[in-house]
Design a protein around this ligand. Structure first.
Ligand code: AMP
Ligand code: GLY
Length: 431
């Protein structure tokens, strides 16, 4: 803990990874954060450097050769590809779940079976590989109903079908037309749940749990939570719906049974664990809390407001997690609220256009950060290179103030075809 020249590695290329890397560079102990492969924002940031590396063996070799103190994995894909296993096999430190543990996200069927085994409340469901059997089931259940590709589909493999026709079409596109490839070769069909969603994210060391500040994202493309599902169009922290009573219940009913269940099954869970919850109506001590899904990572864009509010030294917290000592960790949050607005490219989510030039961005400040996602720096010119381009994130004395500050900055961001919602935070702010 006395090392003041730590070099770290963050794996990923999105806004979440920019936010984690940025928070790590705020530590006095950290001299450099490599980001693999990174984006146009991490390419320019102080004390960060991008690495054009993707394969496990290349990342392992780099970490070995460059004396990396530890690595942190942002997205699910490298986790599902076993990057944590590869680092550990080489005797290197890395924060994230093993490939086996990451199945909580990479297979919806595995996750649902796990919830059932451990008494964790979730929507009732059945899984299918045969399209006709799946259609017979939805016809019997009726609409609305939810159709999910079993594997990873970048947040887009879920169709909330309002009608039986939509449900049948979703089944056809996943099982027959192979829209999501192998990820959609099996579908999980589940009961439609009503309520308000919340993201609950914790750090785990295999045994102990440290909750992050609460947050909530907006998954739909358009204002009023309309339009297609996306990876997330904005997020804020804290999420007022998660009262102290609900916080305790979520830990007791969802998080501890998960971490203890994984340990008992011989797959101790290390890394960020994200529970996507649906919270029904009623008084807080009895309202239903159902688990929609696990993610084996932080949320994106939830990580951006959460990282802006984090006051503790993140490098120390990761070390405590790597040492199995999260029971001794404390974490301090800025009392202010934070809100992030995603600025997406033309055509997102179906067919994001790339290559649009991004005009010079407003300077970052203590209470305002523009985290990059789908950007690249080409000969000094910043361009769009993906669907979600930037996440403009600001602190404020209240959520309303944070929202005003984020939108005031968003108004100064210019690139052709930009899309963003104008109502991030509305559920928390409505009367
Ligand atoms: P998931 O990737 O499983 O979180 O699903 C993406 C989004 O679809 C969620 O954030 C919800 O908005 C919606 N969703 C998923 N499952 C259900 C369900 N059983 N009932 C209602 N909405 C759902
Ligand atoms: N924002 C939702 C997710 O990261 O899955």
């Amino acid at each position: 803990m006395t090392d003041n020249t730590m070099k770290l590695l963050v794996i990923g290329a999105g806004g979440r990874e920019h936010a984690i890397a940025w928070r790590l560079t705020q530590s006095q102990r950290v001299t450099k954060v490599y980001v693999a492969p990174g984006n146009g924002g991490t390419a320019q940031a102080e004390r960060m450097e991008n690495l054009p590396l993707h394969r496990n063996e290349d990342l392992v070799a780099f970490a070995k050769d460059h004396d990396i103190a530890f690595a942190v994995v942002g997205p699910e894909a490298p986790l599902a590809q076993g990057v944590v296993d590869a680092f550990r096999a080489a005797g290197l430190r890395i924060f994230g779940p093993t490939q086996a543990a990451a199945r909580l996200e990479s297979s919806k069927e595995y996750a649902k079976d796990f919830m059932l085994r451990h008494g964790i409340d979730t929507a009732s469901y059945q899984s299918f590989t045969d399209a006709q059997a799946a259609k017979d089931y939805v016809t019997k259940q009726g609409a609305p109903i939810v159709i999910k590709a079993d594997g990873l589909a970048a947040g887009k493999g879920v169709v909330v079908a309002e009608t039986l026709e939509q449900a049948h079409a979703a089944i056809d596109s996943m099982l027959d037309a192979g829209e999501f490839g192998q990820a959609g070769a099996r579908v999980v069909i589940e009961e439609f749940l009503e309520g308000e969603e919340a993201s609950f994210i914790v750090l785990c060391d295999g045994q102990n749990v440290l909750p992050m500040a609460t947050s909530q994202d907006h998954k739909r493309l358009l204002d009023g939570d309309q339009g297609p599902n996306t990876g997330g169009m904005g997020a804020y922290s804290p999420a007022p719906i998660v009262s102290p009573t609900l916080h305790n219940r979520i830990m007791r009913e969802i998080i501890y049974p998960t971490v203890q269940g994984m340990a008992r099954e011989g797959i101790p869970y290390t890394g960020f664990l994200y529970a996507g919850l649906m919270i029904g109506e009623g008084p807080d001590n009895t309202r239903p809390i159902k688990l929609l899904e696990y993610n084996c990572r932080m949320g994106d864009p939830e990580a951006q407001p959460i990282m802006l509010r984090l006051k503790s030294d993140l490098s120390e917290i990761f070390e405590q997690a790597l040492d199995g000592q999260l029971d001794q960790a404390t974490i301090d949050w800025d009392r202010r609220a934070a809100l992030g607005v995603v600025m997406a490219s033309a055509g997102y989510p179906e067919q994001p256009r790339t290559g649009d030039i991004i005009q010079p961005l407003p300077e970052n400040q203590e209470d305002r950060m523009i985290f990059h996602a789908g950007t690249s720096l080409n000969e000094g010119v910043l361009q769009t290179s993906g669907g979600r381009v930037l996440c403009v994130t600001a602190l404020g004395d209240s959520l309303r103030r944070a929202q005003e500050a984020a939108y005031a900055t968003a108004a100064q961001v210019h690139f052709e075809g930009k899309q963003f919602r104008s109502d991030i935070g509305w559920r928390a702010l409505k009367g």
